[in-house]
Design a protein around this ligand. Sequence first.
Ligand SMILES: C[S@@+](CC[C@H](N)C(=O)[O-])C[C@H]1O[C@@H](n2cnc3c(N)ncnc32)[C@H](O)[C@@H]1O
Length: 358
Amino acid sequence: MQEMRHLDHMKLPLDLPEDVRTVQLSLLKELGLRTDDWPRSAREIAKAVMALSDFYAKHPEKSSPWSERWAQVAYVAYYMPLNFWRLCGVLARGQQINFFEGFEHYIDFGSGLGSLGMAFDQGGLRFRSGQCVERSHEAISFHRKLSGSSRTPIDWSSSVSITQMRPNTLAILSYSFTELTELPPWVHKCEGLLIVEPSTRDDARRLQKLRASLLKVGWYVWGPCTHGGPCPLLELSERDWCHDRFEWTQPEWLKSIETHMPIKNGTLPCSWLMLRKTSPSQKNVGKARMTGDLQEFKGFAKQLTCLDATREFVAWQKRDFKNGYPDIRRGDLVQIKEGLIIRGNEIRAAHAEDVSLA
Ligand SMILES: C[S@@+](CC[C@H](N)C(=O)[O-])C[C@H]1O[C@@H](n2cnc3c(N)ncnc32)[C@H](O)[C@@H]1O
């Protein structure tokens, strides 16, 4: 397992894998873009991305409009890469808690252009087989070309046969649960489940509700939660929603697309959930996940953390940290020392080692 502190210390990749970038450019050419004139292409891609973004905003429940050329351009040029980077971050979180150990097969439901497989390769995660379930022929055709050098042998289908499930299978839904009214029934035959969703309040709270219902039917949560109790952000607040955020360095070609759009992905947010049929190992127990950003006030700072079913913050007094508060970020896994003073909903940390990166 890779030793990790903050994810950004581990560094998300600086660019798409070289072979993927080459195929991406040739696909964009086939879609009629002048890839040798990137400033011009970037403007056209930005328009396509805005059209797709408007589509999702107006029809959050609808499936991706793959038959539209503008949707294809937006996905190939922009969303496929963004989801690749996002998934690299999520997979690194999973590797930190040994989530992927023991899986031999995966099913990627709503696989789109295969960002997940690319991220698995990037993270050095190999499986005996990967089944990509996708209903769009256009998406499958692009994905076939993009996955030419996939390290895991993959195949495509339009559905999953519940009678032909293999042991040690991990089900993944990346940005596809948002297009479904409920979880497909075959998921319950899998050993593990990873869901990645947009970081919106509605999507994230829906995922937190799903978590509660899955725990009731025998699943164990591995992450981001470090406990299997009720979710404090869902149960004790109407406004909170659990989401992560990854820091990254955008490649210039992607940055130039965003110069033409109001959307700027300076960081990559998403919400995610990892569950297995077995409980997490003992060494993950007692850790907490930082679920908020540092909030600084006069004389003190606090940060939302999740250790159990209580909604609480870690709080640091300025006088104890004259040289700056500890550098702990949203999504970090931390070890909170036992026996710290608790005042209301604040766990008071007076020394750097009271709350340390796990
Ligand atoms: C927003 S895309 C996400 C693609 C990819 N997983 C990613 O992370 O980039 C959602 C995908 O799910 C597919 N999808 C939605 N409902 C589906 C269903 N019932 N069966 C198969 N594919 C489905 C859509 O065609 C679309 O390609």
